[in-house]
Design a protein around this ligand. Structure first.
Ligand code: OGA
Ligand code: MN
Length: 224
């Protein structure tokens, strides 16, 4: 299979490197998660990084758990600040376009039936954290696959701020991921508890979730 795919769009022709998608699909197939250090396309990462740095602070609000009516600010669980990505900006469009290619690739390879995607920039200030949690609970959510990418240059082990991905409820050790520029993490949302440890520096990332198109319980849950 060719790794570089030519994509024709109204904006012109560009090329998508599918070799990273292949690795992510293989990892998910084998172990349910993928950790790929500094693997994201550099141009995309730079665009997103510059956009996040330029975004004015009013666009960020304190993160809550859930959205809409379920919005609840809960300082005990998480303290980061977030900004949802809507695709109104060029950086947002580039990100969502890359994600759309990943989505169709994973659907072809793994038959995941991914239908929609939501994501936000996140800024953890020094001392911010996100306690151990699941992104989705079995039967209660249509979040299927979680994605996190990082924008932090020259991150040292002593800076802290690792994502710790646990294999299950009993796992106390987990796998630590350094939030280094260009690293991408993907994991099945219902399977892996995880947490973000407090950092000594500002920590920048995007977190996103692919959903399937089913309404859960009696709620209608439309895509963004
Ligand atoms: C989240 C999350 C992980 C990270 O936003 O749900 O778990 O490393 N983020 O930022
Ligand atoms: Mn999470």
């Amino acid at each position: 299979m060719q790794a570089i795919k030519k994509i024709k769009e109204t904006g012109g022709t560009h090329f998508i490197d599918e070799s990273l998608f292949t690795l992510i699909a293989q990892d998910i197939n084998q172990q349910g998660y993928s950790i790929r250090p500094t693997a994201m396309p550099e141009a995309l990462i730079n665009t997103l990084y510059m956009h996040q740095q330029a975004m004015e602070s009013y666009k960020f609000k304190e993160a809550g758990i859930g959205r809409g009516k379920e919005y609840l600010k809960n300082e005990f669980v998480r303290t980061d600040a977030i900004s949802w990505i809507t695709g109104e900006t060029n950086a947002g469009k580039e990100w969502l376009n890359w994600i759309a290619n990943l989505q169709s690739f994973l659907n072809r390879r793994l038959f995941l039936g991914l239908f929609s995607f939501e994501s936000h920039f996140a800024h953890y200030r020094p001392g911010d954290y996100y306690k151990r949690h699941y992104d989705a609970f079995k039967g209660e959510s249509n979040r299927i696959l979680s994605i996190v990418v990082y924008f932090n240059r020259h991150w040292l082990a002593s800076d802290g701020g690792e994502l710790v991905l646990y294999k299950n409820d009993r796992d106390k050790e987990g796998t630590r991921v350094v939030p280094l520029l260009g690293t991408i993490v993907a994991f099945l949302s219902e399977e892996f508890p995880h947490e973000v440890l407090a950092a000594k520096r500002d920590r920048y990332s995007i977190a996103g979730w692919f959903r399937v198109n089913t309404s859960v319980t009696d709620k209608v849950d439309p895509p963004l």
